[in-house]
Design a protein. Structure first.
Length: 447
C-alpha cells in the first residue's frame, strides 16, 4: 500500500469582486444561449488577503469560491464567459491580472475547475515549513511501516510539495509490516510562527499494487544511472510549443523530443512521459536570456525541477543531476532523470531507485520561484524542455524478458496485459493533483 500526498498553499484561491456579475437564482426553464453580443469576464481577487476570515467562520477564499459557483450555475447555456485573476503574480501594482480562461461559450465544468485551481502561490513560508507523513500498523505496538518529511526548502514563498510513504513487503516476508492488516496514515503540518496561517488544501492518492504472478522471477535491480546519467545525449530538434499541466492530475503527456513552454512567478508546470520496463527517463530544462527590471545589484531567483514515479513518489537524484539553479535572467539549466525501471528496485536503499519500480507514466515538474516577479520584466519566463527515453523496452518485469515488438507503431498487446497485471494501481492513480476541486472538510458548507 502506498499513500502519496500533495500539499502546500497552492490552492488558496479566489475572492470577489466579480466584474459585471451578481448571483441570481437559476431559471426553472432550460437555459439557452444569450442573445446579442453580451459576454462576461470574471476577475476574482487572488491576493494573500483572501486567506483571512470573512467573519462567518470561513475564509474569504471559500466564500468567494461558492459565490463564483453560484454565478456559473446561473448563466445561460453557452454564454460567452472568461476568467482572469487579480493579485496572483505580483505583490504590488494595479496591472497584475492574468488570463486563466479566454472568453468562449460557457463550459461550466471547466470554468469551475479553473476557479477552484486559481492559486495563491508565494505566500510567506519558512524554509523548514512542510509536511510530515507516517504510516503505522493499526495494532497494539503500532509498528512504523514508513515515514517521510518534506519541506519547502526556501523562504521565497510557497510552492507545491509532494510527499509519499509506502508499505513495501520485504523480500523475505519477515518484517512487522509485511502481513495483511489495516494501516493508519497521519499527515502533520509544520509551520513557523511567522508563516502564512491560512489553510493548506491538499489532495491524497492511495494506490495498491498487485504482486507478481506466482513463479515469476523478476529481473535484477538497476540502482545506477548508467547510460542515462548526466552525460546522456538528448534530442536537438527545433522546439515545439506546448503548455504543461497545472498539476499532476492534468500533467501534459509528452514523448521524446524538444518542447517549449513558459512559467510565471511561483508557478510549476507538469508533464508526464511513459517509461517501460528496462527504460529510463532523462531530461534537461534550459532557461534563456530574459529582460530584467531595474533593481538591486545581484537580484536573482531560483528555477527547479523534480521527477515523480507513477504513484507520485518523488525520485531523488542522489547528486547525479542539478535539480535547482539560481537564475538572474541569463542562461541557466536544471536536469533530472531516473535509473532503469525494474521491479526489484523496491528493495534497494537508494532513494533514486526505490520509486522507479514499475512501468508507467513518470512525471516532471518545472518551477519558478515567487521572487522572479521582482526580477523579470516579462511576467512569463520561457524555457526549453529536452526529453529522452533511454533503453530498449522489455515486455515485462521478469528476468530475461524479450524486447517489446512494434506493430504498426503500436505496442504489442502482450506488453499491455503484463503492465496491467504486474504494475497497475489497483485503485488507479487518477484524482490526485492540483487541477481538480479540493474536497471540502466536514465543517465547510457545500454549494
Amino acid at each position: 500500500m502506498a499513500a502519496a500526498l500533495s500539499g502546500g498553499t497552492l490552492l488558496a484561491l479566489i475572492a470577489a469582486p466579480l466584474a459585471a456579475a451578481s448571483p441570481r437564482e437559476a431559471p426553472a426553464s432550460p437555459r439557452t444561449v444569450a442573445e446579442g453580443n453580451a459576454s462576461l469576464v470574471m476577475v476574482p481577487d487572488s491576493s494573500g488577503s483572501m486567506a483571512e476570515d470573512d467573519g462567518s467562520g470561513s475564509t474569504r477564499i471559500e466564500s468567494a469560491r461558492r459565490a463564483v459557483g453560484t454565478v456559473v450555475d446561473a448563466l445561460p447555456d453557452g454564454h460567452p464567459t472568461g476568467l482572469r485573476v487579480y493579485g496572483a503574480d505580483r505583490e504590488e501594482g494595479c496591472t497584475d491580472t492574468r488570463l486563466v480562461r479566454p472568453v468562449e461559450p460557457l463550459d461550466r465544468a471547466a470554468l469551475e475547475r479553473a476557479v477552484t485551481a486559481v492559486p495563491q502561490p508565494g505566500v510567506p513560508v519558512a524554509s523548514m515549513d512542510g509536511l510530515r507523513l507516517a504510516l503505522v500498523r493499526d495494532e497494539k505496538y503500532r509498528p512504523r511501516c514508513g515515514s517521510t518529511w518534506r519541506y519547502f526548502g526556501r523562504n521565497a514563498g510557497a510552492m507545491p510539495i509532494t510527499a509519499a510513504v509506502s508499505r513495501i513487503p520485504s523480500a523475505d516476508g519477515g518484517r512487522a509490516c509485511d502481513g495483511a492488516g489495516r494501516c493508519l496514515l497521519t499527515v502533520e503540518r509544520r509551520s513557523h510562527a511567522d508563516s502564512d496561517r491560512g489553510r493548506w488544501p491538499f489532495e491524497l492518492l492511495l494506490a495498491t499494487e498487485r504482486p507478481l504472478t506466482e513463479g515469476t522471477v523478476p529481473a535484477h535491480s538497476e540502482p545506477h544511472y548508467g547510460a542515462g546519467g548526466k552525460d546522456a545525449p538528448l534530442p536537438t530538434d527545433p522546439p515545439r510549443d506546448v503548455e504543461g499541466g497545472t498539476g499532476l492530475n492534468d500533467a501534459r503527456r509528452l514523448g521524446p523530443g524538444v518542447w517549449r513552454d513558459e512559467l510565471i512567478p511561483a508557478q510549476t508546470r507538469w508533464y508526464r512521459v511513459r517509461i517501460g520496463w528496462g527504460q529510463q527517463l532523462r531530461y534537461d530544462v534550459e532557461f534563456g536570456n530574459e529582460p530584467t527590471v531595474d533593481g538591486p545589484a545581484g537580484t536573482l531567483t531560483r528555477v527547479s525541477t523534480e521527477a515523480y514515479g507513477p504513484t507520485r513518489v518523488p525520485v531523488h537524484p542522489g547528486g547525479e543531476f542539478d535539480t535547482g539553479a539560481l537564475y538572474r535572467g541569463e542562461p541557466a539549466a536544471v536536469s533530472g532523470g531516473t535509473v532503469p525501471v525494474t521491479w526489484t528496485n523496491r528493495w534497494e536503499s537508494a532513494t533514486r531507485a526505490v520509486p522507479v519500480r514499475r512501468a508507467g507514466e513518470y512525471y516532471i515538474g518545472v518551477g519558478l520561484d515567487p521572487d522572479a516577479a521582482e526580477l523579470a520584466e516579462n511576467v512569463a519566463v520561457g524555457f526549453v524542455l529536452r526529453v529522452a527515453v533511454i533503453g530498449e523496452e522489455k515486455t515485462g518485469p521478469e528476468h530475461g524478458a524479450p524486447a517489446v515488438r512494434e506493430r504498426n507503431g503500436e505496442r504489442d498487446g502482450g506488453q499491455a496485459r503484463k503492465e496491467t497485471e504486474a504494475a497497475r494501481d489497483g485503485s488507479g492513480p487518477g484524482g490526485a493533483g492540483w487541477s481538480g476541486p479540493v474536497r471540502p472538510s466536514p465543517r465547510r458548507p457545500e454549494r
